[in-house]
Design a protein around this ligand. Structure first.
Ligand code: KG4
Ligand code: ZN
Length: 367
């Protein structure tokens, strides 16, 4: 039995969790900074780091209290070290190093993206674990990580062995959701709002591209799709500055905002949303299934913030059912960033002896 403390501060969520044996959650907290960044239309890195610093230790105390354990009961401290905003990563890593130094507990460096994959497996592991059954998933799995920062496919060959098969050449899927939502005048973060709006629209109203930048690889590209939505919304002469995030709280009036986000006559926001979503989900599911075929996968995984998307969940489930494969998805609350997944994979890394010393650095990019 091992008890792992997980810390996550890679972007705009501060999170801590305590997990036993890689699947049993004793306590967890996520503090989102969405309200802090909303008026800027995106994450401001310096503000994010400062907020992590303020929130992390009070959050940790709450999680220890909820879990009814003290640091003396913990076996190791797992912390996200890559990828993410470097100032943000450093807050969590420095806190973990300080705790490690003070308590003598080993430090376990975690790749956030691999954490998302583990997070998708945890409900299944917990169900089996609670019945006293073997919790080892049926490797290999084809894993799709879709978030605001990543759109990648992995061959997951073991708890800590995730081999990259494909990635996006430009925007991440979540980033495309957020930018298209901004075109439609929806509030930040756009993904969930666009998901809701799409339910009332016609996915066939616009035929948007399902691009494949290089036929010899499974890589993704979403920037052409984003531009196609912009032109369908405002016409072919729409300035591409529409795709940048809105300027910081400029005191824009409701009238100015309505003018800036006005659509061409006869074009409906819900149809744009539904047609955009259909294009994204078509590509994601097709590529996931293709990857599964290539590696002889025994299961499919979707994870990351966009795995909260209702259409993606439905379509991925249908694809899995059709092939008789299990689909692993995190519960919606654990699709976006959290520390449960960090503590969970931290457990597997710790049992594989993958610990680090105080020289461990934060690495903003994975490659
Ligand atoms: O994993 P995450 O919390 O942070 C990163 O590591 O990037 O993912 C956040 C992303 C945002 O782009 C957000 O708009 C998107 O996930 N997202 C969604 C939905 N919920 C969150 N995108 C589409 N549909 C949703 N329901
Ligand atoms: Zn994430």
């Amino acid at each position: 039995m091992s008890l792992i403390l997980g810390l996550e501060t890679s972007c705009d969520e501060t999170a801590a969790a305590i997990v036993r044996d890689g699947w049993e959650v004793l306590g967890q907290r996520v503090s989102s900074q969405i309200d802090l960044h909303r008026r800027y239309g995106g994450v401001i890195p310096e503000m994010a780091s400062r907020s992590h610093l303020e929130v992390l230790f009070p959050l940790l105390e709450e999680v220890l209290a909820e879990s009814r354990v003290t640091l003396r009961d913990i076996d190791a401290i797992a912390v996200t070290v890559t990828p993410g905003l470097v100032g943000c990563l450093l807050v969590g890593l420095s806190a973990a190093k300080g705790l490690s130094l003070a308590t003598g507990l080993p430090l376990v460096p975690v790749n956030h993206v691999h954490g998302h994959v583990h997070g998708a497996l945890m409900p299944w592991m917990a169900e089996r674990g609670a019945r006293g059954e073997d919790v080892e998933p049926p490797w290999p799995l084809a894993s799709l990580v879709v978030s605001g920062g990543h759109t990648s496919l992995y061959a997951s060959e073991g708890p800590t062995a995730h081999r990259l098969l494909a990635r996006t050449r430009d925007d991440a899927a979540g980033e495309a959701y957020d930018k298209v939502a901004a075109i439609l005048g929806l509030p930040y973060p756009g993904g969930p709002a666009l998901d809701r709006l799409a339910r009332t629209g016609n996915p066939k109203a616009h035929r948007f591209p399902r691009s494949r930048p290089d036929p010899s690889s499974m890589d993704f590209s979403f920037s052409g799709l984003k531009t196609a939505v912009l032109y369908a919304a405002r016409g072919p002469n729409a300035p591409r500055t529409n795709l940048r995030r809105p300027r910081a709280a400029t005191g824009e009036t409701a009238e100015e905002r309505a003018k800036r986000t006005a659509l061409l006559p006869g074009v409906r926001a819900e149809d744009l949303a539904a047609s955009f979503q259909a294009a994204v989900v078509d590509v994601l599911v097709a590529r996931l299934v293709e990857a599964a075929g290539k590696i002889g996968a025994r299961g499919l995984v979707i994870c990351g913030g966009v795995a909260a998307n209702s259409e993606l969940r439905t379509r991925a489930q249908a694809a899995a059912d059709q092939r008789g494969l299990p689909l692993f998805v995190p519960p919606i609350a654990l699709a976006t960033d959290n520390a449960v997944m960090i503590a969970g994979i931290g457990d597997r890394l710790f049992s594989a002896g993958l610990t680090a010393g105080l020289e461990q650095d934060a690495v903003p990019r994975m490659d």
